[in-house]
Design a protein around this ligand. Structure first.
Ligand code: CTP
Ligand code: MG
Length: 228
């Protein structure tokens, strides 16, 4: 059974400081959201794509993304990222027993190989995400004072797409909502339930575009000036 991808693009992009949601900014002449969605269009494991955007962007996004044959729905997001994910999940048909892949539109350079690796691992184990090893030594700092040096070998940066069996993700997200837990990613919701989450190797190219520096980096990659 093919997976459903949910691409979340309903954030405000405040750290980008461009006055418009960053998923609609262009990278190499194309909005970040369209680039991210196209990767899922090209991924053989994906059957349908749901896109979550700010309410005022719905009609423009429908028009722009309408070229993607796998597009199932474009819906409005919520206040927090986790609310946007739930809005996307509501578009997945009840009783769907396959894998749902949640992806940040802010990671426009995700490639098909990574999507396939996450989808495969999620299908085998129920829950998977890409994790990128850290390069810096990591300190715990309180009030400007280092209190601990963490073991870097055990640490990694969480990326998306994060893949889950649909029923598991629904249960995890709804449980977090009821418990009032703030989530920074979906894996965290599933970890809360005590379910194992498996890591696949993340990729540097799949960096999240957060600040203008990240966008400049991505422009260099797309222009072929920088190789990842
Ligand atoms: N996102 C979302 N709905 C929200 C918040 C975030 O769909 N209410 C999405 C963003 O559009 C982005 C992804 O989640 O694709 C990761 O979030 P982040 O990088 O924090 O993006 P923004 O929230 O837009 O940026 P900022 O935090 O700087 O405002
Ligand atoms: Mg945010």
């Amino acid at each position: 059974m093919q997976a459903v991808a949910i691409v979340v693009a309903a954030g405000r992009g405040e750290r980008m400081g461009q006055g418009r949601p960053k998923a609609f900014l262009e990278l190499g002449g194309e909005p970040l959201l369209l680039r991210a969605a196209r990767a899922f269009e090209a991924a053989p494991s994906v059957g349908k794509i749901v896109v979550v955007v700010p309410e005022p962007e719905i009609s423009a996004a429908r028009e722009r993304l309408g070229v993607l044959p796998k597009l199932l729905a474009v819906v409005a997001g919520g206040e927090r990222r986790q609310d946007s994910v739930l809005a996307g999940l509501r578009q997945v048909p009840a009783g769907f027993e396959g894998i749902v892949l949640i992806h940040d539109a802010a990671r426009p350079l995700v490639d098909v190989e990574l999507i396939e690796a996450v989808a495969r691992q999620a299908a085998a184990t129920g829950a998977a995400l890409p994790v990128l090893p850290l390069v810096d030594t990591v300190k715990r700092v309180r009030g400007g004072r280092v209190v601990e040096t963490l073991d870097r070998a055990e640490l990694g940066g969480a990326q998306t797409p994060q893949g889950f069996r649909c029923a598991l993700l629904r249960e995890a997200c709804e449980s977090a909502l009821v418990a009032g837990v703030a989530l920074t990613d979906e894996a965290m919701a599933v970890e809360r339930l005590g379910h194992a989450v498996h890591a696949v190797p993340g990729s540097k190219r799949n960096r999240k575009i957060t600040t203008p520096d990240d966008l400049a980096w991505a422009e260099s990659v797309v222009a072929g000036i920088l190789h990842t």
